[in-house]
Design a protein around this ligand. Structure first.
Ligand code: XBP
Ligand code: MG
Length: 235
């Protein structure tokens, strides 16, 4: 039997409910700033979450709903500019304190640190966004609590590809079976499973109806689970 040595956290939807009131308004602000009449409402955004990665999501949307924009000669450049603007808006929203951690997350991280477990992050979102969220919620220097932070374009293929988890595991130097991935979405679960990781799901409003077959457990949040609860689920 393996002993649990590390927790690997997803960020969006897992550490905090960042999508509806963080990423979504930041995308909409970037569209307005660049003169696009695109508006992603809550329901549309929920469907678009199937495409992970902000640049990939905008590209997909344009190809499906705005062929004129997708056909522009400067389309690749436009996606880059939109994404830079979106990231700046998102970081500002996070710094204003509007995106708290989900219940149980701060307690779990504290307990894991006290018990000497290693911590890591495996996310599709951009590194600036992770830094801003950790700073705003856990305090200056909290990023240093994580031995490895795998984020954004460090791997070319985003979740549900396993690449980001494999990248993080390589740097942790631990066998997958001694780590636990904590995710909120089917795409995240498939990525973790592809890297051989046991995975626990904390679902949220956007992911509640997804297929979590193969997860160790599915919970609504981590408030009543704690580290002992996690140990019971795995390793
Ligand atoms: C998160 C994402 C990200 C964010 C946007 O997925 O899909 O694309 O919505 O971030 P996961 P960027 O939680 O499965 O990692 O715009 O920085 O890409
Ligand atoms: Mg997520």
């Amino acid at each position: 039997m393996n002993t649990l040595q590390a927790l690997i956290f997803d960020v969006d939807g897992t550490l905090a409910d960042t999508e509806r009131d963080g990423h979504r308004p930041a995308f909409n602000a970037a569209f307005a700033e660049h003169g696009l009449d695109w508006h992603w409402d809550e329901a549309l955004y929920g469907r678009l979450l199937a495409i992970t990665g902000g640049k990939e999501r905008m590209r997909h949307y344009a190809e499906q709903h705005a062929a004129d924009v997708a056909a522009r000669k400067d389309f690749d450049d436009l996606i880059k500019k939109l994404h830079a603007a979106k990231t700046a808006h998102y970081v500002r929203l996070v710094e204003q304190g509007g995106l708290p951690l989900r219940p149980g997350i701060a307690g779990l991280i504290g307990e894991a640190r006290r018990q000497g477990l290693r911590l890591a992050i495996a996310t599709t979102t951009s590194p600036e966004n992770v830094d801003a969220l950790l700073r705003a919620t856990l305090g200056q220097g909290a990023a240093d609590w994580f031995d490895v932070i795998g984020a954004g374009d460090v791997v070319p293929a985003k979740k549900p590809a396993p690449d980001i988890y494999t990248w993080v595991l390589d740097r942790l130097g631990l066998p997958a079976a001694t780590c636990l991935a904590i995710e909120d979405s089917e795409n995240g679960l498939r990525a973790a499973q592809g890297a051989g990781l046991p995975c626990l799901i904390t679902r949220n409003a956007y992911t509640a109806g997804q297929d979590f077959s193969g997860a160790l457990a599915v919970v609504d949040d981590l408030a009543d689970v704690g580290l002992n609860g996690l140990r019971r689920y795995c390793c």
